[in-house]
Design a protein around this ligand. Structure first.
Ligand SMILES: Cc1cc2nc3c(=O)[nH]c(=O)nc-3n(C[C@H](O)[C@H](O)[C@H](O)COP(=O)(O)OP(=O)(O)OC[C@H]3O[C@@H](n4cnc5c(N)ncnc54)[C@H](O)[C@@H]3O)c2cc1C
Length: 314
């Protein structure tokens, strides 16, 4: 039994979602291989070889893999699965935009059911995944020969990035599918940690009242704590914060060490995205706000007073 983890990387380094996915693969049992598909991605492959628990890195390098087009990545995974016919029992993708783009293509071509967003491995063929915005956990057993899984990264601890010494095998890159073409990428420039990888997140809700107030109140707190900034959907919909900061069922799923919710009511759709945070602090002036039911520390206060005081005290 061998699992293949499809690494998320930027050709130079491995993204943290890969480390959580390796932990899920280890839980499936058997050996863990990691596929690094990119162009000039030798440094990323070398980094993958260091991950604890990884037995082998397969490094596919070529122009067709440069920009992570899902069609080409899926073709690469299928080429490796076919080459090692019957060898791979599990194919694991991080449940990120890129993983979710490639995994269904692989599952469809293999004619197997994809099991999405797993949060626990009960046994090599049985997995747990949240449904109904995290209000129920489904236990799913698969009889498919190959399990195609996307892994909710917040459900698994990150594997140690160093300590391993896997062999790196180089394979030919799959040919360009010709079905899609890379046109361009607009990357938001942000000095803050990435929301899904941040250890501390300070999040603002509708209570902030305007984009200016959101900036004025939340930014100093984030700066003091070296935190990423998140927002509720109400704050995003009102234009107080950009879309990519939304935390929740239809936003990002996060599980930082510390999550500070300021003026967020704690609707189930918001909780679905952050309730696995290690320590939750809520600042809300309504003592009945549902956010207090998941908070480790609750402060019943006006955030416009409490947050600046907190910044001053830090
Ligand atoms: C299909 C679907 C998907 C959704 N997905 C998401 C999602 O991904 N993420 C998400 O966040 N929401 C999501 N929602 C929306 C969700 O239901 C809530 O509407 C939203 O989370 C509310 O945001 P909020 O807590 O900022 O605003 P509100 O519910 O308006 O809460 C504001 C809170 O601020 C408090 N407050 C007001 N003034 C102050 C003050 N001065 N000081 C301190 N506290 C104050 C109030 O007591 C209140 O608790 C979704 C909804 C649906 C139907």
């Amino acid at each position: 039994m061998t699992s293949l983890v499809i690494a998320e990387h930027d050709n130079a380094s491995i993204k943290s979602a890969t480390l959580n996915t390796v932990t899920a693969a280890v839980a499936c049992g058997g050996d863990v291989h990691v596929l690094v598909a990119g162009e000039n991605a030798g440094a990323a492959a070398a980094a993958a070889a260091q991950i604890a628990g990884v037995a082998k890195v397969i490094h596919a390098d070529g122009a067709s893999l440069k920009d992570g087009l899902a069609e080409n990545l899926a073709a690469q995974v299928l080429a490796i699965v076919e080459r090692g016919a019957g060898h791979y029992s599990h194919l694991l993708f991080p449940s990120t935009a890129s993983g979710k783009n490639a995994a269904p293509r692989v599952a469809a071509k293999l004619d197997v059911a994809q099991i999405s967003d797993i949060t626990k491995v009960d046994s090599p063929d049985t997995f747990e995944r949240p449904i109904y915005a995290g209000n129920a956990i489904a236990t799913v057993q698969s009889s498919d020969a190959v399990k195609v899984l996307t892994v909710r990264t917040t459900g698994f601890d990150a594997a140690a990035a160093t300590g391993g010494a896997a062999a790196v095998e180089t394979v030919a890159a799959a040919a360009d599918s010709g079905k899609s073409r890379f046109v361009g990428r607009e990357v938001t420039k942000n000095d803050r940690p990435e929301l899904t990888a941040a250890k501390i997140i300070v999040s603002g809700g509708r209570a902030l009242g305007s984009a200016e107030k959101f900036q004025e109140v939340m930014t100093p707190l984030a700066d003091k704590l070296g935190a990423a900034i998140g927002a509720s959907r109400a704050a995003v919909d009102a234009g107080y914060a950009p879309n990519d900061l939304q935390v929740g069922q239809t936003g990002k799923i996060v599980a930082p060490q510390l999550y500070i919710a300021c003026g967020i009511s704690g609707a189930i759709q918001h909780l679905a995205g952050m309730k696995d945070s290690k320590v939750i602090v809520a600042i809300n002036k309504d003592p009945e706000a549902p956010i207090f039911s998941v908070a480790d520390y609750g402060l019943e206060a006006d955030l416009f007073q409490a947050v600046p005081e907190l910044v001053k005290a830090l």
